[in-house]
Design a protein around this ligand. Structure first.
Ligand code: AMP
Length: 280
């Protein structure tokens, strides 16, 4: 695996590959890699393409300074994992490489309604930072395909919108969520859970499954209240437990069988905020 730390070096390498007609498949990450990240790489490897992963803990998408400071960084292990998984190129830039003219968003992205609900409402500025870093990485890597995880359901919608409005020539693929045996969605932040927090963390997924399985049997408000009470009882602080139209994330007060729906939960356990979702 080639490892590049500067825009200049990765650009030269990728230009040479592109000149030989190679397709480029890109998986952006913030590192502390787990099997969920590797499933994105595996999806990319289905193509006859050069696979490029990036690891960059993007400061502009953190709306909480402690979360940024405590975000796990395991670069040596990540390199070993990516090498073992057959990744072709790793981009490991510094902040200076990604933000040579500073981190301020010069012109805010018009993310519309998506920025006002769910993660948008609870993490002000988060999606501006996500759109900003992914646009910069796309301009550097210039991939044909971009692989994103459904684990971050709203992020996929935001980036689809950013790609459309900027008219970027990249095709987006979203990959199903990889879970632990108890259903907990794999996440870099899971490393920070204590043993007792970890022992209850699967409850978020159980709540999503119960929202899915009780569709058409009970009003959503009843199940939402049960889930909220159960999570609080086990020590969580839920930000939201919502049902939405999968394509638009329009919030739904109740099940609507005529539309494809998604249930989404965000909850703190201790100081760690976990998110998950399930398409119904
Ligand atoms: P992150 O490093 O958390 O920014 O995630 C990098 C990419 O991996 C994003 O597109 C995430 O949605 C995706 N991802 C994170 N966790 C999972 C998971 N458990 N299953 C599938 N994809 C994931």
């Amino acid at each position: 695996m080639f490892i590049f730390k500067t825009v200049k070096d990765i650009t030269a390498h990728l230009e040479a590959q592109r000149a030989q007609g190679r397709l480029i498949a890109f998986v952006p990450t913030m590192g502390a890699l787990h099997k969920g990240h590797l499933s994105l790489l595996q999806a990319a490897q289905q193509l006859p393409a050069l696979t490029v992963c990036s690891i960059f803990v993007n400061p502009t998408q953190f709306n909480n300074a402690t979360d940024l400071e405590k975000y796990p960084r395991t670069t040596e292990q990540d390199i070993a994992l990516l090498t073992g998984a057959g990744c072709d190129v790793l981009f490991l830039p510094t902040e200076q490489e990604v933000y040579p003219d500073g981190k301020a968003v010069k012109e805010p992205y018009d993310l519309g309604y998506l920025e006002t609900v769910l993660e948008g409402a609870y993490r002000p500025g988060h999606f501006q930072g996500v759109a900003q870093v992914v646009e910069r990485l796309l301009q550097i890597v210039k991939p044909h395909k971009l692989y994103l995880g459904q684990k971050d359901f709203q992020q996929v919608a935001v980036l689809r919108r950013m790609i459309d409005t900027r008219q970027l020539a990249v095709q987006l693929e979203s990959v199903p969520t990889t879970r632990e045996p108890d259903g907990l969605a794999m996440s870099s932040r899971n490393r920070r859970l204590t043993e007792s927090q970890r022992s209850v963390a699967g409850l978020i997924y159980q709540c999503l499954v119960s929202i899915q399985s009780k569709k058409g049997m009970q009003p959503f408000a009843v199940i939402q209240k049960e889930c909220r009470e159960l999570l609080i009882h086990k020590g969580f602080r839920p930000d939201y437990i919502e049902l939405a139209v999968a394509d638009t994330l329009e919030l739904l007060p109740d099940y609507d069988p005529s539309r494809k729906m998604v249930a989404l939960i965000a909850a703190y356990i201790g100081e760690i905020r976990l998110i998950d979702n399930l398409v119904l």
